[in-house]
Design a protein around this ligand. Structure first.
Ligand SMILES: Nc1ncnc2c1ncn2[C@@H]1O[C@H](COP(=O)(O)OP(=O)(O)O)[C@@H](O)[C@H]1O
Ligand SMILES: [Mg+2]
Length: 364
């Protein structure tokens, strides 16, 4: 089922929790709703579920306007952060519960519940009570219960945040597997950018109830539309270096230094408000050399070298700006060394200091 949101808003007294959201989700896609705590993710999900009534705007499931459709008639399955399993019921009874409420005959309900338990790989735990299960197993029960009525839309609200780091990674892969096996349109709420990047077809990023960007994860990472998106995606965080733009020579000078770089990327000049900008470069997009004479590079002094096993994170300073660069682990460098930094082709971002918009023209 495809989903369409038009100018969807939700106002609580004086808080505009969701502000004019326009989104189109294709059938069978997994879309992550991403953003910091309090940005309106759960509110959006609760409106889709029918638990909150929007202040304004429209929600379409397929071609049907569902604003006034009761929650139980929307064909949705929902999983919450705290699982919300019934503690006194066995796994089997928990999964069967929605079917029982829908008055499905016992035998048929049991068959369907067992099928779902097998899908989420807890078929051997049917007689256990929730407290006899690990967090990951409880989450599997919650997913099976959400899917048992064969909903058209699966809504997940931070389903992994109660799990430890290793289990979170395992379960997110499981959610993706199950989602693809069932082929169900899914909206997955998370505040974790890596989680969103790793499992989504598309990511919708919000801030303070406001839409920021809706793209494929890699596109959002490679071409953030503004500084907020650039900083929110990626770890270590993107380097942001204040620079002054020279319109005549198409070059930038790092503020407080004599270091200059030529800008070869195409810029959207309609968005340029002045000459103050921020150079955005991801840590892995710097190329470090110890030789002088590398063209289109700038010099920086190494402060600290952090080895993480897979690669090396070099902390350096240019002027009074701290930067971080990821280099191959066999690149030998020591504190107080001077290194030359250049930027991989097409990997430079330039943000307008005033509007915070990305001035580099994206792929589209
Ligand atoms: N029932 C409510 N009554 C009043 N304010 C609410 C209610 N639910 C959420 N809010 C406010 O709306 C904003 C968005 O909240 P929420 O959707 O829960 O954010 P998220 O899920 O992204 O953390 C927050 O400022 C929150 O305090
Ligand atoms: Mg929430």
């Amino acid at each position: 089922m495809k989903i369409q949101l038009k100018e969807l808003s939700m106002k609580f007294d004086d808080v505009l929790a969701v502000n004019g959201l326009n989104v189109h989700i294709n059938k069978g896609e997994l879309v992550s709703l991403l953003g910091p705590s309090g940005c309106g993710k759960s509110t959006t999900l609760f409106m889709l579920a029918g638990l909150y009534k929007p202040s304004s705007g429209e929600m379409y499931f397929g071609d049907t306007l569902v604003n006034n459709v009761e929650p139980e008639n929307r064909g949705i399955g929902m999983v919450f952060q705290n699982y919300a399993l019934y503690p006194h019921m066995t796994v089997l009874k928990n999964i069967m519960f929605p079917l029982k409420m829908a008055k499905v005959p016992h035998k048929k309900a049991e068959e369907k519940a067992i099928e779902m338990a097998n899908l989420v790989q807890i078929g051997h735990l049917l007689d256990r009570k929730p407290k006899q299960l690990s967090g990951g197993q409880q989450q599997r029960v919650a997913i099976a219960r959400a899917l048992v009525k064969q909903p058209q839309l699966l809504l997940l609200d931070e389903p992994l945040s109660n799990l430890d780091a290793r289990l979170r990674i395992e379960m997110r892969e499981e959610i993706r597997r199950i989602q693809q096996e069932v082929g169900i349109t899914t909206i997955f709420v998370t505040h974790d950018q890596e989680e969103a990047m790793s499992i989504s077809d598309k990511v919708l990023l919000m801030k303070d109830g406001q839409f920021q960007q809706y793209s494929k994860p890699q596109e959002m990472y490679d071409h953030p539309v503004n500084m907020f998106v650039g900083k929110f995606m990626g770890n270590p965080p993107i380097n942001m270096i204040p620079v002054t733009f020279d319109h005549k020579n198409l070059s930038i000078q790092i503020n407080g230094t004599d270091e200059k770089l030529k800008v070869t990327s195409k810029l959207n000049y309609e968005l340029v408000s002045g000459n103050q900008m921020l150079l955005g470069v991801r840590a892995e997009d710097f190329v470090l050399e110890k030789l002088e004479g590398i063209s289109n590079s700038f010099s920086a002094k190494v402060d600290l070298v952090e080895r993480t096993g897979r690669d090396t994170l070099v902390h350096a300073t240019v002027g009074n700006h701290a930067i971080r660069a990821l280099v191959n682990q066999d690149f030998v460098v020591k504190p107080s060394n001077i290194v030359k930094l250049s930027i991989r082709k097409n990997r430079l971002q330039l943000f307008d200091a005033e509007t915070e918009l990305n001035l580099v023209l994206g792929k589209e």
